[in-house]
Design a protein around this ligand. Sequence first.
Ligand code: HEC
Length: 405
Amino acid sequence: MDLQIVDWLSLSLRWAHIVAGIGWIGASFYFMALDFSLRHRSGLPSGVKGESWLVHGGGFYHVQKYMVAPEGMPKDLKWFQWESYATWLTGFALMSVIYYWQADIYLIDRSVLALSKLQAVGISIAALAASWLGYDAMCKSPLKNNQAAMFAVLFVLIVTAAFGLGEVFSARAVFLHIGAMIGTIMTGNVFFVIIPNQKIVVAELKAGKIPDPEFGKIAKLRSTHNNYLTLPVLFMMISNHYPMTFGHPMNWVVVALILPIGAIVRHYFNAHDSGKHGRALSWQWPVASALLLILMVFIAWRPTPATKGANEAAEAANIEASALTQQAFAIVKARCAVCHSANPTDFVTAAPGGVEYDTLDLVRQYAPQIRAQTILSHAMPPGNLTEMTDDERTLLDAWIANEAQ
Ligand code: HEC
């Protein structure tokens, strides 16, 4: 009997992580939309900034927002914090199962840096902590009075982190870390700033004092950062299934483009929810689409040394097609089929993703994926565990090109 504990753990945690994340981001989108939909009307109770009428699920909702606080404490108060904490906790647990427990496969790439497991995990945790400490320091610095400058600095910090981690971790771990670092900043905002400030306000209310509006303002600033970071963080998390993104030799450029694309799309919805129309809503989708197009071209355009060399190699060597096929199959057998086989020998208990390379027909069938994972990116073999050489990649590419003719 083979219980496949790691897979079950990873599957359950991923399930929980996605559910918690939907809860958190759903609530966050809802409150942003609510905030933007508030309208000031005459005759509102004192302290109310605006109200909003909503319709959902067979009924009408009438919501009023008290800018600092109502005069007295309401009897029941529903807090929104566990969605965020649960997302971070399940995310960190999932990261531990995949990237720490199986650091050899996913976190470490010995062709980038030969780290020990302990070193790699240490750097990963330090990166998460540093992201929060650096961001928090920025928000408390004089920059806090300049929104635009703060976003610019945040952008530079994130792109620099992507570049720096690229010198340390496997390519897919870099993107996962960028996502996890942004996610840590977002949950840190909830845990260290937004909720504590809210608690102070509640305590002051209970004590019959008038709360300082500054607490609410700081919370709102952090919450706005979270709002604009939501879409980029989601991209980083799902990009792990697309080696063309994280596997690009300059993957920090991909990060540098995804950040504005995500923020601009989010901005469209914010503007839309606040009742803007016409020109105010006209530029976001075209600009975001243009940036996405630039990203697609950037990824497609890069010179792949393997492909260039491959054509020459194929011609120069003029190897007989069948000999080339035999060599290519032998390479895949040696470098891939230790994991990707009906009976894997090392590292894994079952063929990852159901991808098996036991016969030449199977290798032919999966040729485009082999090219994506091994030539266009170096995602496979993970961490180059089976020590595939550049020459082998070149030869494999030549064979795939040959087959496609
Ligand atoms: C050390 C074990 C190991 C080796 C060696 C290995 N792989 Fe993988 N491969 C994996 C794992 C683990 C995954 C799943 C990654 C994930 O979760 O996204 C995977 C995923 C894949 C996928 C994507 C499957 C899907 O779900 O779509 C392809 C394609 C692939 N590998 C090709 C290769 C090729 C080609 C080689 C040889 C050059 C190779 N692999 C070598 C472990 C390995």
